[in-house]
Design a protein around this ligand. Structure first.
Ligand SMILES: [Zn+2]
Length: 76
């Protein structure tokens, strides 16, 4: 039995070697969502998509001054 981590929920579609597209549904089990496919002996474990490696937060080099980010609001 091999293990595959997936980021889809609640159903996993995958293809078998014979070309069949098989759908398995994840079920809550042991603190996570899992599905087992007997056909290809694979256990699918749901894992939340990893956070983007690119930082989206504001630059720490700039001071957090209010009004610095909401453009068009110069009425302070
Ligand atoms: Zn399968």
């Amino acid at each position: 039995m091999r293990t595959l981590y997936v980021a889809e929920y609640p159903a996993i579609q995958h293809r078998h070697d014979n070309g069949d597209v098989v759908t398995v549904r994840l079920k809550r089990r042991e603190g996570g969502f899992r599905a087992t496919c007997e056909g290809c002996e694979t256990e699918f474990i749901y894992r939340k998509p990893a956070p983007s490696p690119i930082a989206h937060f504001k630059s720490p080099l700039l001071p957090p001054i209010k009004g610095n980010w909401d453009g068009g609001d110069d009425d302070h």
